[in-house]
Design a protein around this ligand. Structure first.
Ligand code: GTP
Ligand code: MG
Length: 148
């Protein structure tokens, strides 16, 4: 089953947007498989963003992610990776559509409140990185009301 690693970044936590953001995924109907408020270890932040390590903003990006606790979560569902990216909106919040999380709640790329995996493979890779303890298995009993 497809999973996406989604994370409320430190600015989202500080600004009190955790409930608002989780609510959007919850109401959409995806299944929550893991959730924690997390003080990110430096090695995890660096590994998470290693593909961007050659970028000029990499140091600031890692510093941003380490600037306070994050809310780490894993959501499951058919097409969840692409759908989460749509809910989140474009990387630059000024270019994000209104109605998306970044479009509604952020103004700068360096403070864009949320992360979502960009491919199913990265969903798996990032989940293993942030939740080595594993996911929670449970039955979503309203499934017949969400899926034909
Ligand atoms: P994530 O879901 O966080 O991975 O964002 P994304 O997939 O929309 O963008 P990308 O993976 O390319 O970049 C990861 C993060 O790096 C972004 O969410 C931004 O926080 C940050 N970032 C990307 N481009 C820039 C930039 O030009 N300047 C700064 N300061 N930060 C950037
Ligand atoms: Mg990305």
């Amino acid at each position: 089953n497809e999973i996406s690693y989604v994370m409320v970044k430190p600015d989202g936590v500080q600004r009190g947007l955790v409930g608002e953001i989780i609510g959007r995924f919850e109401r959409k109907g995806f299944k929550l498989r893991a959730l924690k408020l997390y003080s990110t270890p430096k090695e995890v932040a660096e590994e998470h963003y290693k593909d961007l390590s050659s970028k000029p903003f990499y140091k600031d990006l890692v510093q941003y992610i380490l600037s306070g606790p994050v809310v780490a979560m894993v959501w499951e569902g058919d097409g969840v990776v692409a759908s989460a990216r749509k809910l989140i909106g474009a990387t630059n919040p000024l270019a994000s559509e209104p109605g998306t999380i970044r479009g509604d709640l952020a103004i700068e790329v360096g403070r864009n409140v949320i992360h979502g995996s960009d491919s199913p493979d990265n969903g798996e890779r990032e989940t293993a990185l942030w939740f080595p303890e594993g996911l929670v298995k449970w039955d979503q009993t309203l499934e017949p009301w969400l899926k034909e």
